[in-house]
Design a protein around this ligand. Sequence first.
Ligand SMILES: Cc1cc2nc3c(=O)[nH]c(=O)nc-3n(C[C@H](O)[C@H](O)[C@H](O)COP(=O)(O)OP(=O)(O)OC[C@H]3O[C@@H](n4cnc5c(N)ncnc54)[C@H](O)[C@@H]3O)c2cc1C
Ligand code: SF4
Length: 290
Amino acid sequence: MKLNVETPERVIDINRLPLDKIEATLDGGLRIGATVRNTDLAHHPTVQRDYAVLSQAILSGASAQLRNMATTAGNLLQRTRCMYFRDTAMPCNKREPGTGCPAITGSNRMLAVLGASEHCIATNPSDMCVAMAALEATIHVQGPKGTRTIPIGDFHLLPGSTPNRETVLEPGDLITHVTLPPPVDGSRHAYLKLRDRASYEFALASAAVVITVAGGKVTRARIALGGVGTKPWRSPEGEAVLVGQDANRANFRKAGEAVMRDAKPQSENGFKIKLATSCLAHALHIATTG
Ligand SMILES: Cc1cc2nc3c(=O)[nH]c(=O)nc-3n(C[C@H](O)[C@H](O)[C@H](O)COP(=O)(O)OP(=O)(O)OC[C@H]3O[C@@H](n4cnc5c(N)ncnc54)[C@H](O)[C@@H]3O)c2cc1C
Ligand code: SF4
């Protein structure tokens, strides 16, 4: 709004709605209200104990001041940092459908190598959402037609020919809360974020890992990548490579290669393919040995 990218006729303050609680659910999971601040979520004792990947992901994002204000629902809906999207003097299919995508022939070092289309190659910038993808979160929405639940994997849309549509939300929809399933016994968590500087910077590549190992073999794996996809990038292909195999560096690298197999580099961001492969492999190493 400050950059005039969005010019709403009316802005509604939802801060007074009773949506700022973090509570246990009856099935042993966690319910996170839409207006829970990122700081409160990251430092909540249950999150730190049972969903460490979420705490680590949030604390790797933005700055302490921003996290004190940013909300759970706001983070889910944050928009891309693509420089052309944020510059109203430039054409941009996401901001103004049909005007073109200057990033494809222009500055695209930070942009996506997975899930892009000929109409948009913008990266989803969130860290929190990557952890939520690995944790298989569910988004709860209240709208004009009632309430509904959306698995996080179905919440963000690929750009296709309509990059202006980023999520499945419809006009009038309000996110009320997010739920996490019960923690998996014995699972180990890690979030690793690689970026140009150590703080206050978006990911070039990041990896969220929730993995269970028994007798040296991987029995369950949930992995998601940030900084490389047009949406938070959960990878069943990478997970399938791991399950049943020895938990070692060679297999972690194979999983990384499987995740990035269909990656398509642009002129300036081919380095992200190797970087994301190593990022995931190292996150798996940290989770299983740390
Ligand atoms: C300089 C800077 C650096 C940052 N670095 C990072 C980073 O490294 N990693 C990272 O993950 N994030 C980063 N962020 C983003 C930050 O963490 C926040 O997530 C972001 O600002 C959005 O949170 P918010 O609560 O302020 O959302 P808002 O800006 O208030 O809302 C975003 C959108 O969501 C809509 N909305 C909000 N709540 C609801 C609801 N309940 N239902 C329906 N719609 C809703 C709003 O209408 C708006 O369209 C950065 C931000 C800045 C400014
Ligand atoms: S990558 Fe997407 S957001 Fe960036 S200029 Fe192209 S259409 Fe716009």
